[in-house]
Design a binder for this molecule. Structure first.
Ligand code: EPU
Length: 411
């Protein structure tokens, strides 16, 4: 079984290139089935979740060509199947984007119910509410969401919770509905929570570059904080990182911004703070474990409140085994900073928590191993290689012998 072997204690120093955002790439891939013309996508991250979606799309007849590691062309003029039941597709959350895309274009879709990281009850009632409002029948049978419509008609939809996935999914169906759709209380990616869509009868091909991954960038920015390092994240949009930058400044890091890069220097002891996760532009839930790892090493008592997913503190047990002093009460973690973590054998419980535990291991005294790294590979491309590039002592290992070799090499 693959694991990371890590010897902690090195400050991370240097520059790291940030890839395209997984969570932006996934709906863009799904949306490309909505046109019969070719779509060219650049800055596509080469991570497990995007690859699983691409292979499910190939299985229903989309012609997928990877022209290089980060470029893909897609042509969906010969879709042969509107039932997406791929064995792997159940494992990713974003499978649900194919429902909105296929429903919009073909007025029919049957897609295996979504999986994804186990971070809380991940309802899809808002997606279903939106499809129904547009005139579709929706039922869940035999593990599939089945949806069908004679015609889709524009509608006025008020979302009960702010949901990234439901907003995107309803937008995809609505762009091919007759008339106008208004989505209120939507996720604020476009800077507003009211989205108006005038439906069209067909869509054409395009070229598109996926935006930089703010969570990958934020993870490396916090890697600088927890290892007392000096890291520059390159190819980022600083505006998308404002909530993360603000917290790094609050806890005592220095942050320098340029057009498309940010440097984080952690030369002073970290300070405590309070943080609550919120929908964008608030502090992202996908950065909650990483900031908790940093606050675990900060002077004083910090409070982290998770307001998006109710089960996102599972990693705290692992962090406690590394010496952290954290008490979780409901959706709040009360953190008493300690002066250092100590290495341990730990498991990644999900994608972001897995990455955060790797940061903890890099700051810790001594050796750690992190297993279940398949979760981390869902969303971080070449994670250990990028960390090595910053001077981290981390290696991908498979056997006890590899671990012994790593220990001998590192000393
Ligand atoms: N919700 C409902 N009903 C719905 C949809 C959502 O009650 O129909 C609730 C959820 O239970 C949750 C909240 O609304 O409490 C927000 O969920 P949202 O729909 O926004 O999440 P998502 O679309 O399932 C995406 C990302 C997550 C990220 C959240 C942030 C993808 C594939 N996933 O999930 O990313 O945490 O938005 O809101 O884009 C990750 O990358 O590690 C990850 C988990």
């Amino acid at each position: 079984m693959e694991q990371y072997a890590i010897k902690g204690g090195n400050p991370l120093v240097g520059e790291v290139e940030i890839g395209g955002a997984k969570n932006a790439a996934l709906p863009i891939l799904a949306a490309s089935v909505m046109t019969d013309e070719t779509v060219y996508i650049e800055n596509m991250p080469d991570v497990r979740d995007t690859n699983v979606l691409l292979s499910a799309m190939e299985n229903i007849g989309v012609i997928v060509k990877r022209t290089d590691r980060h470029k893909v062309t897609l042509n969906a003029s010969n879709i042969s199947e509107l039932v997406v039941e791929d064995e792997n597709i159940k494992k990713i959350r974003a499978s649900y984007y194919l429902i909105g895309a296929l429903l919009g274009k073909y007025k029919h879709a049957e897609v295996a119910l979504p999986g994804g990281c186990d971070i809380g009850c991940r309802a899809i009632d808002q997606h279903i509410k939106g499809f129904r409002a547009l005139g579709a029948d929706v039922k869940i049978e035999h593990g599939l969401i089945k949806t069908q419509a004679e015609h889709l008609r524009g509608s006025h939809i008020y979302m009960d919770v702010v949901s990234v996935g439901a907003t995107i999914n309803i937008m995809m169906a609505a762009v091919m509905a007759e008339g106008t759709t208004i989505i209120e209380n939507s996720a604020k990616g476009a800077g507003t929570d009211v989205i108006r869509i005038k439906g069209v009868s067909h869509l054409h091909g395009t070229e598109y570059a996926v935006i930089p991954d703010q969570i990958e960038a934020g993870t490396f920015m916090f890697a600088a904080a927890v290892t007392k390092g000096d890291v520059t994240v390159k190819n980022v949009i600083p505006k998308h990182l404002e909530s993360i930058t603000a917290k790094l400044l609050e806890i005592g890091c220095e942050v320098e911004e340029a057009d498309d890069c940010i440097r984080v220097v952690a030369s002073k002891p970290l300070k405590h703070t309070q943080v609550k996760t919120l929908p964008y532009p608030g502090f992202p839930t996908d950065m909650q474990p990483q900031i908790t790892v940093a606050l675990g090493l900060s002077k004083g008592t910090s409070i982290v409140t998770e307001s998006i997913f109710e089960n996102r503190f599972k990693y705290v047990d692992e962090l406690t085994r590394m010496g952290a002093s954290i008490k979780v009460e409901g959706n709040t973690a009360i953190i008493d900073g300690v002066s250092r973590y100590t290495g341990a054998n730990i498991s990644a419980p999900d994608l972001r928590a897995g990455a955060a535990l790797v940061l903890a291991a890099m700051s810790a005294e001594g050796f750690s191993t992190v297993d279940d790294i398949r979760y981390i590979e869902r969303g971080y491309e070449d994670f250990h290689l990028k960390l090595q590039g910053l001077g981290a002592q981390i290696e991908l290992i498979e056997t006890e012998r590899d671990l012994q070799k790593f220990k001998l090499k590192i000393g």
